[in-house]
Design a protein around this ligand. Structure first.
Ligand code: GTP
Ligand code: MG
Length: 147
């Protein structure tokens, strides 16, 4: 069975969107197999986003992901990786379609304060089945401890 790693990012946790996000995956029929509230250490955030290490926004991304607790989850289901990406929507909330998590819930402007930028996009989802396995076994190693 396919498995994906979903993580509610610090802005999603701070804004009280955890229940709403879980609900969308539940309603779609996917199975929640692990969940943990977790303060991500810097080294682990860097490992998680290692493919983006060369990008100019990388330091800001790591600061963002480590700025507060995240909710780490593993979800199971047929085709769950691609389906979750559809539910989540485009990376930049400005481009995310209404009906998607980012399209409906990610803040698009500075309305909530200067720390909110388009890259604060509420939630992460694995981009391939291989990365789903890597992230559940690696980045979210803390999850494994409670399973
Ligand atoms: P994740 O689910 O978080 O992995 O997002 P994604 O797969 O939709 O996008 P990607 O993996 O390419 O980028 C990871 C994260 O880096 C994004 O979710 C954003 O928070 C941030 N990011 C990506 N591209 C940009 C960019 O061009 N500028 C800035 N400032 N941040 C970016
Ligand atoms: Mg990604």
């Amino acid at each position: 069975v396919d498995e994906t790693y979903i993580m509610v990012k610090p802005d999603g946790v701070q804004r009280g969107l955890v229940g709403e996000i879980i609900s969308r995956f539940e309603k779609k029929g996917f199975k929640l197999t692990a969940l943990k509230l977790f303060q991500c250490p810097k080294e682990l955030a860097e490992e998680h986003y290692k493919d983006l290490k060369a990008k100019p926004f990388f330091p800001g991304l790591i600061d963002y992901i480590t700025s507060g607790p995240v909710v780490c989850m593993a979800w199971e289901g047929v085709g769950v990786v691609a389906s979750a990406r559809k539910l989540i929507g485009s990376t930049n909330p400005l481009n995310a379609e209404p009906g998607t998590i980012r399209g409906d819930l990610a803040v698009q402007t500075g309305r909530l304060g200067p720390s909110y930028y388009p890259d604060r996009n509420v939630v992460h989802g694995s981009d391939s089945p291989e990365n789903g396995k890597r992230e559940i076994g690696g980045t979210a190693y803390a999850l494994c401890l409670v399973m």
